[in-house]
Design a binder for this molecule. Structure first.
Ligand code: PBG
Length: 344
């Protein structure tokens, strides 16, 4: 009859196992953790997306994005001033277009006096040193909510690109510093570059949404710009399949050949592998868009007390830096900039 030996437990001698290799040594104190930290988030990494709406002196809450509001142009100028005080380098503008102004062809996109153009002019006049990025795509302006022109159930590529060139031009004329095509039509970067150059806007930059996926994470954005109810079908014939990686390399390569100064990956958190791959492959300024659904998830879980919202915000943004992003479009921009300024 055998009785296990209680005095000699079957665990190994840890000094033998570790042989001096203790990873936790560097994690013991705050000074040491700071000293060996590999990536740092700074205010210079932030691009703040703003939603615009017609009217005066009003801020409308976006229900699915707590803490985010649609702003009238005067209020957008106030937020631009706040961004400048905080040191945020750039803003990205997105309009909620009055439904009466939407049509099949997205004509309002070409109006030199549309909401985005008025806001760009007002912001550049009040805060000349902040970068203004304008989105090129037709979806906030079309009655069907698609980024391009629709014929039957097909999105026409080349006809859409012609509209996008005109849209980019009115935005550049309004003072946009960066044109950001988010439409995913083929050849639009090259066509927009030629249009801008032809009109003398050789200094206006292009940040292409190079790898933009057909994602479920854009839901709250579509509420904010008022396309969620109107969108007919889905965007899978132009936005990318979430299952693909090589295709992102090809998209980015074409956009860079066509003249993009910077590339972007969108959504952000679920696509950090794409950010890393594009950064390693092309070594160009690479951005990521932490989209509305990512913001909403963090906010919703925090509101329920399920996660620490502030810590999740910072952790999610540092993850972009770790993946190789040069900057992040994020609705958290003012909140994180305030925390960074306070040294937290
Ligand atoms: C549309 C556009 C979208 C976003 C930015 N530009 C939505 C879409 O493609 O349907 C989404 C941004 C976000 O979800 O925060 N051109």
């Amino acid at each position: 009859f055998h009785r296990p030996d209680q005095t000699r437990p079957a665990v190994p001698d840890m000094d033998d196992v570790l042989n001096g290799r203790r990873m936790r040594r560097l994690r013991r104190s705050d000074w040491s953790r700071r000293l060996v930290r590999e990536n740092t988030l700074t205010v210079d990494d932030l691009i703040w997306p703003l939603f615009l709406v017609d009217g005066e002196k009003r801020r409308h809450a976006v229900a699915s994005m707590p803490g985010v509001e649609r702003l009238t142009v005067d209020e957008a100028v106030r937020d631009a001033e706040r961004a400048a005080r905080l040191g945020i380098p750039a803003l990205a503008l997105f309009p909620y277009t009055d439904p009466d102004l939407r049509d099949d062809a997205g004509t309002e996109a070409l109006n030199a006096d549309n909401l985005v153009c008025r806001a760009a002019r007002a912001i550049k006049a009040a805060v000349p040193n902040i970068g203004v990025i304008t989105d090129v795509a037709l979806d906030p302006y079309t009655s069907h909510g698609h980024d391009g022109l629709l014929s039957g159930d097909e999105i026409l590529n080349d006809e859409t690109v012609a509209q996008l060139c005109r849209q980019a031009l009115v935005q550049a004329e309004a003072g946009a510093d960066v044109i950001a095509p988010s439409d995913m039509m083929d050849g639009r970067v090259g066509a927009i570059r030629r249009t801008l150059d032809g009109a003398g806007f050789t200094g206006v930059q292009i940040m292409s949404y190079a790898a933009k996926y057909a994602s479920a994470f854009y839901g709250p954005f579509r509420d904010a710009v008022g396309t969620s109810k109107t969108l007919v079908g889905d965007k899978r014939t132009y936005q990318m399949d979430p299952a693909n990686t090589d295709e992102a390399v090809r998209e980015a390569e074409l956009d860079l050949q066509e003249g993009a100064d910077m590339i972007m990956v969108k959504p952000g958190m679920p696509y950090l592998d794409i950010v890393r791959r594009l950064k390693d492959t092309f070594a160009v300024p690479t951005f990521a868009y932490q989209v509305s659904g990512e913001y909403a998830m963090i906010k919703a879980a925090a509101a329920n007390g399920w996660i620490d919202g502030d810590r999740a915000m910072i952790e999610s943004l540092v993850a972009f830096k770790r993946a190789g992003a040069d900057g992040i479009l994020t609705y958290f921009a003012p909140m994180v900039a305030e925390r960074l300024a306070a040294g937290r």
